[in-house]
Structure formats: C-alpha cells, structure tokens
Design a protein around this ligand. Structure first.
Ligand code: HEC
Length: 468
C-alpha cells in the first residue's frame, strides 16, 4: 500500500496499470502451462504404446530377436524399469549412428521428448489409460513385399544345438530357374528369427558348361576355420572343373528388424543365370536354450534389365585404399586407423557400411570436396559389433569428382574394452585372407554402394518401398 500511496501523477498510474497487465499476461501464461499438465500424465494408451509399437515391437515380438515381447500393456509394465534404463542410456533401439551428424532411412531413434515421456510414465507407476483403444501393430510374416517370384530353400534343414553359445555357419541355397533373367532384389526370411542375428551372402552365377548339378553337396557347414577349399568342395560350391564360379558379394543381407531396401525401378538389380545359388558365407545365430532346426528361405523378386548397375567397394581391409598405418593393434593400446581415397568421377552414394570387429571403439567418415567443403557421411560414437547396418541415405548423395573420402576407426585393445576377446589383451593382427572368419582378428572397412552420378539423383527418394 505504501507504494500505491506514493503515486503522484497520472502517468505513474498508467505505468502501474501496464505493469499489472504484464503481470496478468504472465499469469495467463502460467495458467496455460498448468492446464497443459494433464498431458504430462502420460498413459500407456495415449503416449507410450505408439512409441513402443514403432520403435521396439518390430524386434520385441514372438519369434523375433528381442528377448521379450513389447506388444501389450502387461509386457510394458513388467519390463518398465528396464525400458526406462535402456532408453535413457540410448542402448535401445539399437542405432549406433549419431543422428545429430547424419540421417538415414529406417532410422530408429527416440527423440529427447519421447525418452522423457517414457521416464515420466515409469516414474509415475505406469498408468494404463484406456487400453481398450490400443491395437497392437500387425507384422508381416514371410515377405514384407508380398508374393515373391521364387522362394529358394536349403536342401536340408540345419540343426542348431541348444548349448547356449553363438553359432557361425555357411549355408548354401541352390536354385535352377527356367532361363537366365534379372532380379530386382532378394529378401532373406529367417526361420529362427529369435536366433538369426546377422546374415551376409553372395550370389553365385554358374556358367552353363561349368556346373551340371547345383544341388549336390552339403547345404551347410558349421564352425568355419581354415581349410576353405575343402569346405567349398564339400558344399559343392566350385565349378565341376574345380575353378571358382562368379560371385557377387553382399546380395543377401539381414539383421534383426531389417527390411531390404528396394531401389527405384531403374536403379540396381542383378543378372541371374539359370543355374545359381546363394552362398551365405557368414551367418551368425545367437545362443539357443534348446536344440532346434533352421529352414530359412530366400525370396527372389524378378525385375527388368539393369539400367544403372550399383557398384560396391571399400576402403581399408581388402579395399581400394590401404589402412594407415597397417592394422596391427598392439596389446594395451588405443589406436586410430585411417583410410582415404579420391574419386575420379562424380558419384551418387546410396549406402554405407562401416565395419570393424570387437576392438572397434568409434568410427567417423566424411568427404572433402576440391573446394574444401565437408560432406558428412557417418559418425558412430560408440561402436557396437552387433549392429553393423548398411546405412542408406534418403537421397543419393553426390560426391563430386576430386573429392576425398576419409574414414577413421578407433580401436581399443585394452582391458577397458568389455568386448575385448582376450584378458589380458593380446596383440591383434588384420584379418589377412578371405578365408578366415575369426572375430578375434580385426578389420577396418568403410564399404559403400554407389552409382555414377546423374543430374537429378539428389531428388530420388530411396525410402519408398513398393509392395509387390
Ligand atoms: C532392431 C531390433 C530391436 C529394436 C528395434 C529394439 N530392440 Fe531391444 N533388444 C534387441 C535385441 C536383439 C536385444 C538382446 C541383445 C542385446 O542386448 O543387444 C535387445 C535387448 C533389449 C533389452 C535388454 C534386455 C535384457 O534383459 O538385457 C531391453 C530392456 C530392450 N531391448 C528394450 C527395447 C526397447 C524399449 C526398445 C524400443 C525403444 C527396443 N528394445 C528396440 C532388439 C531390438
């Protein structure tokens, strides 16, 4: 009141009025914040279910890679603390690439807001909301795309021992078509989805006169170590005269939750000889508690003849540019390995795949144009051996002629690396031939797929997948 009584002039009154108005306005703001509070009482039905269905359920459902289901309120409530923990720590959903550096299609990341919503929901005791309004998503079985033109099977089902250890196999999927043709893409359909962790396979095209029977030989081979020529013979991979057939690498690819990328009609594709096989040289199954068998299949979708072939190459191990320095990681050191290469022509980059083994700690790649501009490619701040995606750009990314691509991998061969296969650490060499599979040897690769650049490539949307 003392203040009011000191008012002497009309103008000070109006100043006071203005101040009151401002106060009122700001009060108004406060009230509107308060009225928005109820929506912070996140319920499973209103807020949490949609986040989980989109980002978790593709893997966390029956017979899939996630160790428990996330399809119902009961599932979410039962695992609430774990869900809060793995989202706070960014351990799940698994997406090692730094999304503040570059974006890719099929990116699985939660926004800061979503992570907060999950935390609040768990802290408030997991309110359910009206769960009768929640419909769990329906997932495809068999093929994501519809009806394939050919389904290729193994010749015999493969037994998997329930001994609680990881399994590495080679598998052959032979086929004989009516005539030579073209395929647009292939889709690996795991039978034991819970166990299938990582699949990377070649396409074998046999020349007519070189192979009589593609179906002869063993369908699978387990625990691959050395003696590869013998294994190839046993599996009937070689031509009849003992020479090697034509191999196209990385044609079949799978990770949990992965859907093959199908490029627009005029991009990519494969020539298929009448006689051929898929040869999965590197298939990794996680540990199983019981004995079971696997009869995975591979779908072929035919396509038109190839207009713009996709090329694939790599820097580093077995690549077009060497590792610098040589990839020897001495025990108890943390070491950076680099590789760089200058492109003589304009490229349209489609996808990239950084590759290291268990000593990997982080990865970074970018391109530098002749003008000195940086084109960001990828940053992986925390390497995760288990999640090595082919990261596909939303639009083909132009790398102008004369640009240099740089890749850096940091390796941690100390005791601090929890994935170090050896304690105490041992000196580690580069995997030096195509014939060894060992994850205890190291690799440094920056693999990329690309087209020769054409004007307009930047407009192509690579995220659109057509159903067939
Ligand atoms: C691409 C497939 C995939 C997606 C998507 C995914 N997960 Fe997972 N999740 C896995 C696999 C495989 C494991 C077990 C192996 C591991 O820990 O990496 C796992 C492990 C977990 C674990 C640890 C279980 C334990 O007891 O150690 C939790 C919790 C979890 N996921 C929650 C989530 C949540 C929450 C989401 C979504 C926000 C999610 N996951 C998305 C595949 C996935």
């Amino acid at each position: 009141m003392g203040f009011l009584s000191s008012i002497k002039s009309q103008s000070s009154v109006s100043i006071l009025l203005v101040t009151c108005c401002l106060l009122l306005v700001s009060c108004g703001n406060n009230t509107s914040k308060e009225t928005s509070t109820p929506s912070r009482d996140y319920t499973y039905a209103s807020t949490i279910a949609p986040i989980l269905f989109k980002n978790c359920s593709p893997c966390h459902r029956s017979n899939n890679a996630g160790p428990f289901n996330l399809l119902t309120y009961a599932d979410a409530k039962r695992n609430a603390n774990k869900i809060k923990f793995v989202t706070q720590t960014h351990y799940m959903p698994p997406w090692p690439a730094d999304a503040s550096y570059t974006h890719f299609i099929d990116e699985r990341i939660l926004s800061t807001e979503e992570i907060e919503q999950i935390k609040t929901w768990v802290d408030k005791g997991c309110p359910a909301g009206d769960t009768t309004k929640v419909t769990p998503p329906v997932f495809y079985e068999g093929s994501f795309f519809g009806k394939p033109d050919v389904v290729v099977k193994m010749q015999e089902a493969m037994p998997i021992k329930g001994n609680g250890t990881d399994h590495f196999y080679m598998i052959k999927f032979p086929y004989e078509l009516k005539h030579d043709t073209f395929a647009r893409f292939f889709e690996f359909v795991p039978h034991q989805r819970k166990l299938a962790h990582h699949v990377n396979g070649h396409l074998i095209n046999y020349n007519y006169d070189k192979k009589k029977n593609v179906f002869e030989g063993k369908s699978y081979y387990k625990d691959i170590q050395g003696g590869f020529t013998d294994i190839y013979k046993l599996m009937g991979i070689l031509n009849d005269d003992g020479t090697y057939p034509m191999l196209t690498p990385n044609t079949v690819y799978y990770l949990p939750g992965y859907t093959p990328v199908v490029y627009p009609e005029n991009i990519g594709g494969y020539a298929l000889k009448k006689k051929g096989a898929f040869f999965l040289k590197n298939i990794h199954y996680g540990p199983s508690a019981q004995d079971c068998v696997d009869s995975s299949t591979i779908n072929i979708f035919f396509g038109p003849k190839i207009e713009r072939p996709i090329q694939e190459t790599q820097l580093g191990t077995f690549g077009i540019a060497p590792c610098e320095p040589a990839l020897n990681i001495e025990a108890n050191v943390v070491k950076t390995i680099r590789s760089h290469w200058t492109t003589p022509t304009d490229l349209s980059l489609l996808s990239i795949n950084p590759h290291m083994h268990l000593l990997g700690k982080s990865f970074w790649a970018y391109a530098l144009t002749p003008q000195g501009d940086t084109i960001r490619l990828i940053k992986i701040p925390k390497w995760d051996f288990k999640w090595q995606y082919y990261y596909t750009f939303q639009h083909p990314l132009k790398i102008p002629a004369g640009s240099t691509i740089y890749a850096f991998g940091i390796y941690d061969n100390t005791d601090k690396n929890p994935y170090n296969p050896f304690h105490p650490p041992r000196d580690c060499k580069e995997r030096n031939d195509f014939m060894s599979m060992g994850t205890t040897e190291e690799m440094f690769q920056f693999i990329f797929t690309y087209l020769r650049y054409k004007p307009g490539d930047e407009q192509i949307d690579l995220s659109k997948r057509k159903q067939f």
